[in-house]
Design a protein around this ligand. Structure first.
Ligand code: PLP
Length: 384
């Protein structure tokens, strides 16, 4: 681990691997795809961009360092990391997943697991599972889940996985290592879509796999090289730039989100607000134990008869758009915009009703956001 790892979290987001050669304060972007190699045939630190790249390594070191982990692997997208982590599953393997995983993860499982001889089980409540099948190779969770904000006890999921020699993988995109560090609770690997909070500006796709195990690191590094889904030097730079403001952005986003949830909870057009811990006192306690905050993404359900189309039509400031974790507030309708690849039955089983709206809060002035949402909700209520 590098020497800067003893600094506090926000210091580490800023002090990301300075340039050794010229003393540059920000990481230089190395675009070269190829590097001069020693004439005697000995190994060189860099040879070809798909294998290694100094800018990508700077981003990987920064991400690993924030997590307190030994290794990180940067990929072109969050799905790039998820497909890399699934690449070593073999015929006969079983995977237990949280029931409302990210839509792209659900898509991957549906497209590739059966034809590769892998079985999958979407478990609605991993907290109350006492064991997983003996052929389980991986337990794969998101906590809180997207977009139903259910909480899974990471330590319990690790215990279930390790009981049968399986690995626990946690998609920590919603929390980032600022709020929640799954490796500290027994997870074997953490996956990120850095497209979201880590990048933070809706302008770069990226993913990271974070882990401590040297052998697993080598295996996944080779997998990423074979799959060819590396994070590019430009995108590595954008991630390092975004990372520097992660804590100030998330502090402001969480502050705004708390104010907006309080307003929504009082509005007659809203049936209920879904944020981590909403489901039960037990989940609230688990979340408080393993996480430092509720994040800035949450859901709410419109009251019966209030149409989501009327609500969306009333928004002036906030765009109706997918994605999350950026400086601007975005609102989406999961049933038609995010989880449209699920059947209505699968959506119902995952708790995604047609009345559910997902909100990702940005860093705008909270009064402007509250005014926009209030107008849209008032309008939808009047139309109904
Ligand atoms: C967006 C997202 C992903 C996929 O990331 P991409 O960068 O879009 O490939 C995975 N997991 C979660 C929780 C996400 O929100």
């Amino acid at each position: 681990m590098s020497e800067i790892s003893s600094y506090a979290f926000s210091t580490r987001t800023v002090n990301t691997t300075p340039d050794e050669q010229y003393g540059a304060i920000t990481a230089p972007i190395y675009l070269s795809t190829s590097y001069r190699l020693p004439a005697d045939g000995s190994a060189a630190p860099y040879s070809y961009q798909r294998s290694n790249n100094p800018t990508r390594e700077a981003a990987e070191k920064a991400i690993a360092n924030l997590e307190g982990a030994a290794y990180a692997i940067g990929t072109a997208t969050g799905m790039g990391v998820i497909s890399t982590i699934f690449s070593h599953l073999k015929p006969g393997d079983h995977v237990v997943l949280s029931s409302s995983v990210y839509g792209g993860t659900f898509l991957y499982v549906g497209e590739f697991f059966a034809e590769r001889g892998i079985t999958a089980e979407f478990a609605p409540d991993i907290n109350h599972l006492e064991e997983v099948p003996g052929n389980t190779a991986m337990v794969y969770i998101e906590t809180p889940t997207n977009p139903t904000f259910r909480v899974t006890d990471i330590a319990h999921a690790a215990h279930l996985a390790h009981g049968v020699g399986a690995k626990l993988v946690v998609d920590n995109t919603f929390s980032t290592s600022y709020l929640q560090r799954p490796l500290e609770h027994g997870a074997d690997a953490v996956v990120y879509s850095a497209t979201k909070f880590i990048g933070g500006h809706s302008d770069v796709l990226a993913g990271f796999l974070v882990l401590d195990d040297a052998e697993a690191y080598d295996r996944y590094k080779t997998a990423a090289k074979a799959l060819g889904n590396q994070l590019s030097p430009f995108d590595s730079y954008s991630i390092l730039r975004g990372l520097k403001t992660l804590t100030v952005r998330m502090d402001k986003q969480q502050e705004n989100a708390a104010k907006i949830r309080a307003m929504l909870a009082q509005h007659p057009a809203v049936a209920r607000v879904l944020a981590p811990g909403w489901y039960s006192a037990e989940e609230a306690e688990i979340h408080a134990r393993q996480s430092r905050g509720d994040g800035a993404v949450f859901g709410f359900e419109l009251a019966d008869g209030v149409r989501h189309e009327d609500f969306a039509a009333g928004l002036r400031l906030i765009p109706y758009a997918v994605s999350l974790g950026s400086v601007e507030t975005l609102i989406a309708h999961p049933a038609t915009q995010i989880h449209e690849s699920l059947t209505p039955q699968e959506r119902a089983a995952a708790g995604i009703s047609d009345q559910l709206i997902r909100v990702s809060i940005g860093i705008e002035d909270s009064a402007d956001l509250i005014a926009d949402l209030t107008r849209a909700l008032d309008g939808a209520l009047a139309a109904h």
